[in-house]
Design a protein around this ligand. Structure first.
Ligand code: SAH
Length: 366
């Protein structure tokens, strides 16, 4: 079985190299070329392991599509421009964006749809979803390959899927928390050898931390944001990112595995569950600003969608439709923008960057 093959591979690597950083474990589990979760499976949707905002309702992509058109106009209608999405899953969000984009033919003509996707299997799914835009959609392996054009970009649940590392306060030192093996060869948490010095950690965190506290960093996410920000600072544009996480760097173990819509142990059945952690938007903001981009104050997904007219659009979608559909639309709106524990409205944040502070990009304040 594939999962067993992946576990055997991880065991071999640990036996060779010693305990494995969470970042390596996550990269192997998600994107191993043969057995990785994203390389092998199509996990999204009600029948899969987890559901994302674009898979809940077309409203999500339509609202974002309208926001992207407005943003393109405010940026001076750059033509042509790269309309990019990183980590597009099944391609549903881009499909809804392109449909909404036809409202403004000049926007639709200027847009060069570009998907950055690591999984060949998901690329094939995206190609099928986007069959109507087949001739003009481009796939890239990495953001470094973006052409030198203005960039208007969106991501949803992309950054949380990029690897991160954990450090645990152990006897006064911040030691890397790694995946090792017990005597029976079963995966278990162990201390690694790498350490962070206190000057690499914000002072408010080192001052408050108790023995056993966990501090997470993600060079991969920060580098990815740096590449996007550098591109936008140089060539113009904006990027809007939806993800769960915290607006201030904080202490805590946020590593999570999700399988069939429930939480699982991240060390159980490698390659068979989605692995993520909460995104540190504070760290992403610092990274974007270092590259010279402007960062807007972070909004919650609920605030963003409601201020962009989610309720009005939902009303139009449900008008003169059977009552069962209207009930479903109301439930979808609640899930996308509500603030009950199951809802995404508060948990998900919206982080937007642009070339400069010269252009107002409502509903973000400046
Ligand atoms: N945005 C989609 C899917 C989110 S899941 C949605 O909202 O439904 C994460 C996505 O990021 C998957 O498509 C996964 O294959 C992709 N991905 C993960 N790591 C990546 C990387 N390093 N480069 C490009 N894509 C990556």
């Amino acid at each position: 079985m594939t999962a067993d093959a992946l576990t055997a591979k991880i065991r071999r690597l640990i036996a060779l190299n010693g305990p494995m950083p969470v970042s390596d474990y996550m990269a192997i589990c998600l994107l191993d070329p043969d057995h990785g979760y994203y390389t092998r499976s199509e996990p999204f949707g009600k029948d899969g392991d987890f559901i994302t905002a674009p898979e809940i309702s077309q409203l999500f992509g339509e609202i974002i599509g309208a926001w992207l058109i407005n943003t393109w106009r405010r940026l001076g209608r750059p033509t042509p421009f790269v309309l990019a999405e990183a980590g597009p899953g099944r391609g549903t969000l881009m499909k809804d964006i392109l449909r909404a984009g036809t409202i403004d033919p000049a926007f639709a003509d200027a847009a060069q749809p570009t998907l950055i996707e690591a999984s060949p299997k998901l690329r094939a799914v995206q190609a099928a979803t986007l069959a109507d835009a087949a001739g003009r959609t481009v796939w890239l392996d990495s953001l470094d390959q973006l052409p030198d054009l203005p960039l208007i970009m969106v991501t949803n649940e992309f950054f949380d899927a990029l690897p991160f590392r954990q450090f645990i306060l152990h006897e006064g030192k911040w030691v890397e928390r790694c995946v090792g093996l017990n005597e029976e060869g079963v995966l278990q948490w162990q201390l690694g050898t790498a350490q962070l010095s206190t000057d690499q950690i914000p002072a408010n965190i080192t001052q408050a931390a108790q023995e056993g506290a966990i501090y997470e960093i993600s060079p991969s996410r920060e580098n990815t944001m740096a590449v996007i920000a550098k591109h936008i600072a140089q060539h113009g544009g904006a990027a809007i990112n939806f993800d769960y996480g915290h607006t201030e760097t904080a202490i805590g173990d946020t590593f999570q595995a999700v399988k069939k819509h429930t939480f699982a142990d991240p060390l159980d059945t490698p390659g068979n569950a989605d692995l993520t952690s909460h995104v540190d938007f504070d760290a992403l903001s610092r990274s974007a600003r270092t590259e010279g981009a402007f960062t807007f104050p972070i909004m919650t997904q609920g605030e963003f969608l409601l201020q962009c007219g989610l309720l009005e659009r939902a009303g139009q979608l449900g008008a003169n439709k059977p009552s069962a559909l209207q009930v479903q639309i109301r439930a979808d709106v609640q899930r996308l923008a509500g603030n009950e524990p199951e809802d995404m409205g508060d948990l998900f944040k919206v982080f937007c960057i642009a070339q400069s502070d010269q252009v107002a990009l409502a509903p973000f304040s400046q």
